[in-house]
Write a protein that binds this ligand. Structure first.
Ligand code: NAD
Length: 262
């Protein structure tokens, strides 16, 4: 359940953005005392009792200095029963060149992992916001799950670098007790409070009178999830990351029920 405070310290990277700011808000609303944000930009509407740190995830020293403060303010110690949970939601906006995606998504995520692995910084969990696009190659995907491999030819630089970042995060998961646990989530489209991409894009099409043209037969489906449901998934993933693994002989049941729900 995400209804009660876990007592850990929480650092939302990209927490001034659409999804990240709702994660920080949900953590505060369930009573977490130590919620911090690390972002390139200041928050448009800062959340009360959330600590804000400005910085770039490609800078190891800036991430390290932030984590030292997060650790110390929460009174955490390396090897303690509670640690810092990182939610890594940062990524550049759509429509940019390949260099910036490589720098932030690949090099930046490598930097986050390197810092999270430093025992003295007391990071215990890393939840990475990936994207459904990491397995999309331009063809319809129906009823697929996480067993689907990455496409041989990625769709574009954004999705390619999200896939590389996701792979790095999953590889960084340690099975050893007390060491870093990682997980990646793959939302498709996200809508809701604070969205600056999806709905504003639709409204712009209407406003500029571009609705005369239709590509295709208007039968294509696309998955959309309300932002606070994506937030809920992040909190559940973090909370369960150090729980005992689900028995392997029951995994089939989970796969089936995910498909029914999808
Ligand atoms: P957003 O642009 O609103 O938020 C991203 C935040 O990351 C911004 O505040 C930005 O300043 C910050 N950021 C970017 N580069 C940074 C850097 N180098 N260092 C520190 N901070 C940096 O985006 P969003 O829609 O909230 O997306 C959040 C995450 O969800 C992203 O990882 C994105 O790939 C993923 N995602 C989003 C959608 C969607 O529909 N919005 C769908 C699937 C996946």
């Amino acid at each position: 359940s995400t209804s009660s405070a876990s007592g850990e310290a929480h650092l939302v990277i990209g927490g001034s953005g659409f999804l990240g700011s709702r994660i920080a808000l949900a953590l505060r609303q369930r009573g977490e005392k130590y919620v911090s944000v690390f972002d390139l930009h200041a928050a448009r509407q800062p959340i009360e009792k959330v600590e804000y740190y400005t910085g770039d995830i490609t800078s190891e020293s800036s991430l390290r200095e932030t984590l030292i403060q997060v650790r110390d303010k929460a009174g955490l110690e390396a090897g303690g029963s509670k640690g810092v949970v990182i939610y890594h939601t940062a990524s550049p906006v759509a429509g940019l060149g390949p260099e910036i995606y490589h720098k932030v998504n690949v090099v930046g995520t490598q930097t986050v992992i390197a810092v999270a692995n430093k025992p003295e910084l007391a990071v215990t969990k890393l939840v990475f916001t990936s994207s459904a696009g990491v397995v999309y190659d331009g063809h319809d995907l129906i009823n697929v799950d996480e067993r689907l491999p990455y496409p041989k030819k990625p769709l574009d630089a954004y999705n390619d670098t999200k896939a590389k970042a996701e792979h790095l995060v999953l590889q960084a998961n340690s099975k050893q007790a007390g060491k870093l646990k990682t997980v990646a989530l793959r939302p498709a489209g996200i809508f809701g409070v604070g969205d600056r991409q999806a709905l504003p894009g639709f409204f712009n099409v209407l406003r500029t009178g571009k609705t005369k043209v239709q590509i295709g037969d208007n039968e294509n489906l696309f998955d959309w999830t309300y932002v606070d449901n994506v937030v809920h998934a992040h909190l559940l993933a973090a909370d369960k990351l150090d729980a005992a693994p689900y028995p392997a002989d029951k995994l089939g049941d989970i796969m089936i029920s995910t498909r029914v729900l999808a």
